[in-house]
Design a protein around this ligand. Sequence first.
Ligand SMILES: Nc1ncnc2c1ncn2[C@@H]1O[C@H](COP(=O)(O)OP(=O)(O)OP(=O)(O)O)[C@@H](O)[C@H]1O
Ligand SMILES: [Mg+2]
Length: 349
Amino acid sequence: MSPDAVPAKEAIVMVDEHGVIEAFNQAARALLALTGSPLSGLRIVDLLRPAPGQEADMWVRLRDGLPDPGAPAGERRELRLWRANGTSFPARLAIVPVSVAGRSSYTCFIQDLAQARPQEARSFLSQGQLRELAGHIEAAREGERTHIARELHDELGQQLAAIGMDVAWLTRRVQRQEGNAPEVLLRLVAMAQLVDETSAAVRRLATELRPAILDNLGLVEAIRWQIAEFTRRSGVRVKLSAPAEVERVAGVQATALFRILQELLTNVGRHAAATRATVHLRETRSQIVLTVRDNGRGIRDQEAAGLDSFGLVGITERVALLGGRFEISGRPGHGTKATASLPLHRGLP
Ligand SMILES: Nc1ncnc2c1ncn2[C@@H]1O[C@H](COP(=O)(O)OP(=O)(O)OP(=O)(O)O)[C@@H](O)[C@H]1O
Ligand SMILES: [Mg+2]
């Protein structure tokens, strides 16, 4: 997604986890007079002219919403910002964390309060616009995954198939030869096996990146396939219940539910020490609800907060983006129950 996808007059600067500027849109270029100046290592805090040695601390305070500790992420603060050319202006700054491909970065929205008419000064990005922005990022991520999946499948997959055929050809030649060397044959057989295993791994990766099965077979069949894969790898027996009408769920909702299921099952395999699980998908009048239960050790409350990990936070974000809810809780020794509900908007892509 290009940062310009949000209202053009909004100055947007993308920074990395240390606040170093990585990209900016036209409005930011103009507002901050970034034109022509090499950006090498310019940090968002440099625009605030921190005292030497205070930069890192200032970045952490900015990023974490200090000095107003109660301010939620994305809340704007009023500050004086300095342009590269030495002039300054009163500004509002909102910093929104985004995680792209597992890497955290931040999107900074900057508004020039001197320029803004009074009513504009108040109209910073609404929750709706932030959600829309997050939606664009998510769509971009899915697009990227689709691309990588195709490359993996088409490029690597084809090349591996070609190597496999060459190995088979060599094997036949060696077998036919008088006094063939058994150690050469053994090596070739091992190679053929390795090529097979690598092809399977590539196919699996491609499918995990972009479940084409989701497009071809629909949500329920894709879930059935994912469960079978999970059971094969983990040994955990999973019971699926999903009524036929759920089949009609498609588009962003289907992709989200599929990804959520993948993460929840992965967690069952990694953390629960469970022997059984159930996956339940049901539709109410206005929602689709996915429930995953296991009979493992039970997630603890502080783990469910997911502060040091990405999985549950990712699910929460994904669900919030679509206007839904996510809950997870456990009972010690009696397993974990996770429920994701999404509102149904039929007919939307
Ligand atoms: N089904 C479960 N049973 C027991 N504990 C769980 C279960 N699911 C998650 N947890 C606990 O909750 C924590 C947070 O889960 P989360 O998916 O966010 O992180 P993770 O799986 O550790 O790492 P990742 O970021 O790779 O997903 C896990 O580390 C684990 O301790
Ligand atoms: Mg996880």
